[in-house]
Design a binder for this molecule. Structure first.
Ligand code: SAM
Length: 264
């Protein structure tokens, strides 16, 4: 085990962010994560492709929010390990004054984020909150130290809410965050869905083997999260089809679906 400040980084059990990093083709995972990732690939061989499509969706969403919607404040819940084009790099690439608050509860993610993601430039701010997203009060209270909740904020839950314990939790968590942000704010999310039965099998497999539980949801459930928001075109769609250009539209739909909504 590796000690990171006062929390232990467990190298004997797989972690979501590290398996995800393995599927994305990164280098920040341990043997136990590689084994879990590989066994996942044997159940759903396209999982790596889905991870990369999802990450490209995240990048397009942040670029849209910064460049077209004029958003300058981002609350990115479930940061993941640093990879190419992280949220703050995309947002501050468009508008250097952007403020980004990352939230995660994985000790390795927190260690990497402290080393690589957090910074304050003359113009922008990138900060980190160590929190479990189930504790929305902590997330909002700490985010208020950095973000101005009287001005539009983009809240992002990208591939994260599958780790919520129940669907009621998802509705409570997303409702609390949507409630906390002002009119003119945005909410973005993607999730693995039941559209592809192999992803359902993968989820069941991880639940049975005791590896990181990730609950896949139906597309209708993903839509339900946006019910009080105005959907940005093209709505809730496979992540590889969201504002992706003609070439990507010819790709088969990803099992991950997502979208962006604006709070009226
Ligand atoms: C599948 S990764 C997605 C990373 C990134 N958002 C992306 O789209 O590439 C899930 C992330 O959620 C984080 N996470 C899982 N459960 C969490 C919880 N209860 N509270 C906060 N973060 C959590 C994990 O540590 C990991 O970084």
């Amino acid at each position: 085990m590796v000690r990171e400040s006062d929390r232990l980084i467990r190298t004997d059990v797989p972690h979501s962010a590290r398996i995800w990093n393995y599927w994305l083709g990164g280098q920040d995972f341990y043997e136990v994560d590689r084994i879990a990732g590989e066994s996942g690939e044997s159940v759903f061989p396209e999982i790596g492709m889905m991870a990369r499509q999802s990450r490209r969706f995240l990048i397009r969403v942040v670029r849209y929010l910064a460049a077209e919607a004029g958003i300058r404040q981002f609350l990115d819940v479930g940061t993941g390990l640093p990879t190419m084009q992280n949220t703050h790099e995309v947002a501050q690439g468009v508008a250097p004054e952007s403020k980004i608050v990352y939230v995660d509860n994985d000790p390795l993610v927190l260690a990497h984020a402290r080393a690589l993601l957090i910074n304050t430039t003359d113009e922008g701010v990138t900060a980190l909150i160590e929190a479990d997203f189930h504790d929305t009060e902590q997330v909002v209270t700490e985010a208020r130290n950095i973000l101005n909740f009287n001005k539009p904020i983009a809240v992002m839950f990208m591939g994260v809410l599958g780790h919520a314990r129940t669907w009621d939790d998802v509705i409570r968590i997303t409702g609390a965050l949507q409630e906390a942000i002002p009119s003119g704010s945005y909410f973005a999310m993607y999730e693995g869905t039941t559209e592809d039965q192999r992803l359902v099998r993968l989820s069941d497999y991880y639940a049975k083997t005791g590896a990181v539980p990730y609950y896949v949801r139906s597309v209708d459930q993903v839509r339900e999260v946006f019910k009080n928001l105005d959907l940005v075109a093209p709505g809730i769609v496979p992540v590889n089809h969201w504002r992706a250009g003609d070439d990507a539209m010819a790709e088969p739909p990803s099992a991950a679906w997502g979208g962006v909504g604006r709070k009226p």
